[in-house]
Write a protein that binds this ligand. Structure first.
Ligand code: AMP
Length: 189
């Protein structure tokens, strides 16, 4: 199973990915988590991207494309993967298409998790409280920026993957287990 989870910050991509990796026995590839680990470890990548991530902007396509391409070559991706937070721009989606052709892989589905903006703000503020400052980008001001970036740069991917016939949409406002069930139904069809 090769899957992309698409949706704005707070929609539940990470939560659903963590459930689905158990169900399908495949890894979650979260570019956001990879970047956050690099920032915490203060690697050269981390130092390069810290400011960009903290203010809610997108890291360059070249950087994330490189991370994903390398990650897809690992053994644990042979039987599938869940991409969470990548691609986020049309250029990334095109780069991914090329990577997958090169690697002889094909996507099974792109699941869009839909949620309304007020609920997203509420969830991210709750996440900030629960994590207690672990994510510098989980505050209302940066979140509003991330939602704008999503609308401008990432939402066009819905049309991109609809054209490919890969897009399935689920209601991300439902309880977590219902969203999981809806995703499982969507990708089975
Ligand atoms: P996330 O955990 O997916 O919400 O990502 C957190 C932050 O990491 C984003 O706000 C961006 O700054 C950066 N990031 C994650 N994935 C990407 C991507 N595919 N392209 C560019 N920047 C990304």
């Amino acid at each position: 199973m090769r899957l992309i989870l698409l949706g704005p910050p707070g929609a539940g991509k990470g939560t659903q990915a963590k459930i689905l990796i158990e169900a399908y026995g495949i890894p979650q590839l979260s570019t956001g988590e990879i970047l956050r680990s690099a920032i915490v470890a203060k690697t050269s990548l981390g130092l390069e991207v810290k400011e960009i991530v903290d203010r809610g902007d997108l890291v360059s396509d070249a950087v994330v494309n490189g991370i994903v391409s390398e990650r897809l070559d690992a053994d644990d991706c042979k039987s599938g993967f869940i991409l969470d937070g990548f691609p986020r721009t049309i250029a990334q989606a095109e780069a991914l298409d090329m990577m997958l052709v090169d690697k002889g892989m094909k996507l099974d589905a792109v699941v869009e998790i839909k949620a309304d903006a007020d609920e997203l703000v509420r969830r991210v503020i709750q996440r900030a409280r629960e994590l207690g400052g672990v994510r510098a980008d989980d505050n209302e001001e940066v979140l509003r920026k991330r939602l704008d970036v999503y609308k401008d740069q990432t939402a066009p991917l819905v049309a991109y993957y609809t054209e490919d016939g890969l897009l399935k949409a689920v209601d991300g406002m439902a309880p977590v287990d219902e969203v999981t069930a809806a995703i499982r139904v969507a990708i089975a069809h």
